[in-house]
Design a protein around this ligand. Structure first.
Ligand code: F6P
Length: 523
């Protein structure tokens, strides 16, 4: 189990506080001036991912102290506990084993049961369906080839598959994916315009199979579909479900052979590697999906075995701790300079904020230090023409993660050269600033960032990148002494929405008045 250590009570935390006081008045530029070897010291590479963290308020000594903090907080033991299938998601009594989904080991046990045969069986099912759909062997009820898929899910059952499909657009073959998530029917109306029921497969993706948005959308789509094709039998050729709640899926009327399972030891936001990845495998083909799993596994092996000071996820997490808890930065910008990675900020919002946006520590005491920063972002260069003003001259300092591929996923070299130039120019401008006599044109600089350069946005490298951020979440949670794998904070709103929708009177006069106003506007 994870230990319950308040990080602020450790000697390493105190050392870091003292160290902060020593270096806080030095600018990042000063650090560069004082050390010609700074970039080599403060950059690391694993496979095709290079991390430059030299443009931060830190030195080699800072890294050493942060690594000491991780050790004092038993990070290694925590990693082993996760790997060993201990129920480290204690508040839900569950293990956390998304890494088993991409493992090549023959045996990963939980409660004495080997999980690997279960994983392989479900992934084999994904493979068969993906191959059948891609090759045209799977044909629709009226004999037509499947050309579209609609993934009906939300949160972890939507964001990961959607982000990956869009990131790997150059690999799309024969199938166009659509992602239906919002309970606002405009979303469905929009998708409906671009598909035809005879050529479309609907994948209902829901870990619990009780999520209101997904169930409401699934019912609406089913009714529409039956109205169009008129036969219950047609569902067999067009509806697939993925869930841990097999009973509910059968109640919905999905035939057994079209049901894919996964397990409660896979968190929704960590589930794209499971059968939840079906929409990815159908869109880019099984071998490319497998390459994503391979890349993630390589990052897992690196995370599990590499020394902390060379370990990319550990370093990324420790740098964020340094920024949040010592420098007091409460936001973070995620800036992929890659149109295909445009959904990465949204995906990471759920991954990080739903995991680590917590106020209770592992003993149930209210935390007195900050935890997860607010994440936001946009792909470059679009963000430059929207919120970068604030990054450069706003009153708050917001650390950024710049992410860019060295090799473009298209052949327009001139565009890519400009994209790369903009990416590197921005991190340099944020750090270096520019002195001007005109105060309005002055750039203070000294604004921190990481830059991740990926050789090329191949499926394998994307898998590694996602796993990198997944493990960052885990390390942050260990340090902050919180439970990262539950999400109780989303429950209250769901309950109230149900009550309001059932017309139960609210005790809140503002809510009641809003409902009255809606009624009067609608009458
Ligand atoms: O918003 C809460 C949440 O439970 C997420 O954690 C999850 O990814 C999402 O809803 C969807 O849940 P499900 O896959 O069970 O429909």
């Amino acid at each position: 189990m994870l230990k319950h250590i308040n990080p602020t009570k450790t000697s390493s935390w105190k050392d870091l506080q003292a160290h902060f006081l020593e270096i806080k008045d030095k600018s990042i530029k000063d650090h560069f001036r004082n050390n010609s070897g700074r970039v080599e010291e403060l950059s690391r590479q694993f496979n095709d991912i290079y991390l430059d963290f030299s443009k931060n308020h830190l030195t080699k000594e800072t890294v050493g102290l942060l690594v000491k903090l991780a050790s004092e907080l038993s990070l290694n033991e925590a990693i082993q506990a996760m790997k060993a299938g201990e129920k480290i998601n204690e508040r839900e009594g569950r293990a956390v084993l998304h890494t088993a989904l991409r493992s090549k080991e023959d045996e990963i046990r939980m409660n004495g049961q080997n999980l690997i045969p279960l994983v392989r069986k479900e992934l084999d099912h994904v493979k068969v369906i993906a191959n059948d759909i891609q090759s045209g062997r799977w044909i629709g009820h009226t004999g037509k080839r499947i050309k579209h898929l609609v993934n009906i899910g939300i949160g972890g059952s939507d964001l990961g598959p959607q982000m990956v499909c869009n990131a790997l657009k150059p690999y799309w073959k024969n199938i166009t994916p659509h992602f239906l998530s919002n309970i606002d029917a405009s979303h469905w109306e929009e998708i409906k315009e671009n598909i035809h029921p005879e050529e479309t497969i609907f994948i209902i993706a829901s870990k619990t199979f009780t999520t209101d948005e997904t169930m409401t959308n699934a019912q609406t789509v089913r009714t529409w579909f039956l109205n169009q094709l008129g036969s219950q039998e047609a569902l067999r050729k067009h509806f697939i479900a993925i869930s841990t709640n097999l009973e509910e899926v059968e109640n919905f009327g999905i035939p057994k052979e079209n049901i894919l399972g996964f397990w409660d030891w896979v968190g929704g936001r960590f589930s794209l590697w499971s059968s939840i990845g079906l929409s990815i495998a159908c869109t880019i083909g099984w071998s490319n999906f497998e390459a994503i799993l391979d890349g993630a596994r390589e990052m897992d092996d690196h995370f599990f075995s590499e020394d902390f000071d060379k370990n990319l996820p550990v370093l990324l997490a420790l740098i964020s701790i340094w920024q949040v808890n010592f420098w007091g930065y409460s936001s973070k910008a995620i800036l992929p300079y890659d149109h295909n990675l445009r959904d990465l900020p949204r995906f990471l919002q759920q991954l990080l904020m739903e995991s680590n946006g917590k106020q209770m520590d592992r003993t149930g005491k209210r935390i007195t230090y900050s935890t997860c920063p607010v994440l936001f972002g946009e792909p470059g260069t679009n963000g430059q023409h929207a919120f970068f003003q604030l990054l450069h001259q706003g009153t708050d300092i917001i650390p950024s993660d710049f992410i860019v591929a060295a090799v473009a996923s298209h052949s327009q070299e001139q565009h890519h050269s400009k994209l790369l130039s903009n990416c590197f120019a921005q991190s340099e401008a944020l750090m270096d600033g520019q002195v001007s006599d005109d105060p309005f044109r002055n750039f203070d600089g000294n604004r921190p960032s990481n830059t991740l350069v990926i050789k090329e946005l191949l499926p394998r490298n994307l898998g590694s990148l996602i796993a990198l951020y997944e493990h960052q979440v885990f390390v942050q949670g260990v340090v902050w002494n919180i439970y990262s794998f539950d999400q109780w904070g989303v429950e209250l709103g769901k309950q109230l929405a149900k009550k309001i929708n059932n017309k139960e009177a609210s005790s809140n006069s503002s809510t009641n008045e809003l409902l009255n106003k809606v009624q009067s506007f609608r009458s």
